[in-house]
Design a protein around this ligand. Sequence first.
Ligand code: SF4
Ligand code: SF4
Length: 356
Amino acid sequence: MSQEIKRESTEKIFLWLFFPVIISLYLVYKFPTLFVPIEQVSDTFYFFGKSTSFWYATIYTAIVCYFSLMVIIRGINPYSVVNKPISTYQKAKFSSIFLSQLIVFYLIPFIIPTLQEGREFFNDPYHAVNKDAYVYVYNGFTSIGGMIYIFVIVPVLAWLFGKRYCSWFCACGNLSESVGVSKWGQQWVRNYTPRSKIALKLEWLQFFVLIFVLCYGLVLFLDIWQVFISPSLKTAMQNFQIFVIDFMFGAIIGIGAYPLLGTRIWCRYGCPLAQLMKLFGKFSLSQARIKANLKCRGIGECSKVCPMGIDVKSFAHLNKQPIEGIYGLTQTPCISCGSCVAACPTNALEFKTIFS
Ligand code: SF4
Ligand code: SF4
């Protein structure tokens, strides 16, 4: 019992610190000149000679790694109301979250280059430079690697595994999944995830974000700003992405709104990559689905833990009878997080993939 209280207090400290710290850091990282003149930025904000993006990524990674590691160490199913051991699927998912966050989104961009070059780790002017660690729209349309990633690798993964990318690998998803299993995170998911019919319909907003991003990408790709002979259009669009997409959507709404709208608000309404995966998954008849057997008793735990607001129960129970419903990307924006499968006390749900 005392261990449980200790755990809750640690999580409370983490989460109380998390939002103000992460959002302030993001603000400083993206818009330092809002606070001080440009020539004072490094003196004011670069602690130990490391950039604000370094500290932002360090705190972000610490949070993701802490919560995901705790799930693996405890070995208890984090989604079930009864104490049962964690499944192999969930263990693999949280290991993937831990490793991808640590290695791909932290060690590779922020630590290894410095060590490899034999430079001083702290106070090295060469590495006191802000950088983005993540593949995003701008990189996606301005490098061959980014294009292959977004238009080849991600669609193939969507066909094979659905949107498992979102719950096993994505840097944003890593935070949602790991914070989502903390005591508070679970309450946010259960109590505040929008599940009304209107909330589901509004997911179409994401489609418009995707259209915007594709047009924006085309402008970047074709160097269209040259047509207008306005060298500042590129800057204007970069700033638009940084402020509207990254900051307003990604940081303020996407992370800051966890306690108000659940942990996947950005993933449902904002993320263009999710919409792309959903479209590819639909048209390629993605092989990843979840199937209900006839064990369902209509308890509805599955729907309560779904961070994407999906009415999972409707695929397993109809007219007070269990049904053998099956769903994937054709019917839902499911991210294959497996919370519903893990939460079901009667084991009425299971994954179906091309390999099963
Ligand atoms: S919906 Fe987008 S942001 Fe969310 S996990 Fe998937 S790819 Fe990442
Ligand atoms: S339906 Fe199940 S696997 Fe899909 S997102 Fe919801 S909880 Fe996760």
